[in-house]
Design a protein around this ligand. Structure first.
Ligand SMILES: [Zn+2]
Ligand SMILES: [Zn+2]
Length: 353
């Protein structure tokens, strides 16, 4: 059989990315071939692009980045039954073993054998096509766009944070850090029935966007954030904090910001290992704390919730580029953090619904 080729954005070393013709993937028996229509630029992609590594994962050979995507099924392997050619799907980018204790107990985000897209040496999908195991494909209802489909990935982190923090309609929620994850955590809180959601970020443009996306109030953490938050919440305090900034001081302050008996969900990764925290206060206040690593079993629930509401999740998209413009797209995401939230790439001829 003759080989077919496609365009893909290949990064061969930090700050060097180029569109190349690469061999088109051929789906295995349990995989489907996806024509990629919309794919996000994530903070982790930018980190690999800039530094060539995150923790123990290092770019040692040319890699295709990108893992937040939606597209159309154009070919299926002979064992695939859950999707067919022509289906519009969102792709969950971490393929797990399905056999370990974590997978079997439903916490498959902790699977030690996960193969996660765009995590070296695994290729991602800043490309025209990608082959994906079909049980990680989720059909999009007609009313959901490819953009919404691609945003299911970062939204899932917020969704998982709500579940971890046992968030419900009676809670007052405070989101620290209003980047894509923080803003989509606000959207997740709304989908979980929360009516009082506050946000905190140093950048005015992010605070404004948070208000547009449904935050009840916002604060600038420079200054007396504690006082501002307590006045916003009518002196009642916040029940749950979702920490997405990774800022050491914000992390340390969470125990003072949340009310007694409250819950703190840590999503952002601080750059330092050890952060001081007032443990006597934590004990005295009987706080619950949770870590969040990616997500599990969020796509079906998020699709159902989104298709039955009028979500504003696309408001996080501040920039749109074709695959050919990848260099500009990653540079905007890397250097214009004061103006950009989510940068989206549209392979296969630009924006499609
Ligand atoms: Zn991501
Ligand atoms: Zn597993």
């Amino acid at each position: 059989m003759s080989k077919r080729f496609m365009s893909a954005a290949v990064m061969d070393k930090p700050l060097s990315i180029e569109i190349k013709e690469v061999e088109m993937p051929e789906p295995k028996a349990d995989e489907a071939l996806i024509k990629v229509y919309c794919i996000g630029v994530c903070g982790s992609d930018i980190h690999y692009y800039e530094h060539g590594k995150i923790g123990r994962y290092e770019v040692k050979q040319p890699i295709i980045l990108g893992h937040e995507l939606a597209g159309e099924v154009v070919k299926v392997g002979e064992k695939v039954t859950n999707v067919s050619v022509g289906d519009r799907v969102a792709v969950e980018p971490g393929i797990t073993c399905g056999r370990c204790d974590y997978c079997k107990s439903g916490r498959y985000n902790l699977c030690p054998d996960v193969v996660f897209m765009a995590t070296p040496p695994v290729d991602g999908a800043w490309a025209d096509y990608v082959a994906v195991r079909s049980d990680f494909l989720f059909k999009l209802p007609d009313e959901m766009s490819y953009e919404q489909g691609a945003l299911l990935e970062p939204l899932s982190v917020g969704f998982h944070a709500m579940r971890r923090g046992k968030v419900g309609p009676a809670d007052r929620v405070l989101v620290l850090g209003l980047g894509p994850i923080g803003l989509l955590a606000i959207q997740s809180a709304k989908l979980f029935g929360v009516t009082e959601i506050y946000g905190s970020d140093v950048l005015p443009f992010r605070r404004e966007l948070a208000l547009e996306m449904g935050a009840s109030g916002v604060v600038n953490p420079i200054g007396d954030a504690l006082e501002q938050i307590s006045s916003l919440a009518g002196g009642k305090g916040v029940d749950v904090i979702i920490e997405t900034s990774g800022n050491a001081r914000a992390v340390s302050d969470t125990v003072r910001m949340v009310k007694r008996g409250g819950r703190i969900v840590f999503v952002g990764l601080p750059a330092t290992d050890a952060i001081p925290m007032d443990i006597p206060l934590l004990v005295d206040s009987e706080l619950d704390m949770y870590g969040v690593f990616r997500y599990a079993n969020t796509y079906p629930a998020a699709i159902q919730a989104l298709s039955r509401s009028t979500p504003d999740i696309e408001k996080v998209i501040t920039h749109r580029y074709s695959l050919d413009e990848i260099k500009e797209a990653v540079e905007v995401a890397r250097t214009q953090k004061d103006k950009s939230i989510k940068v989206m790439i549209y392979p296969n001829g630009g924006i499609q619904k």
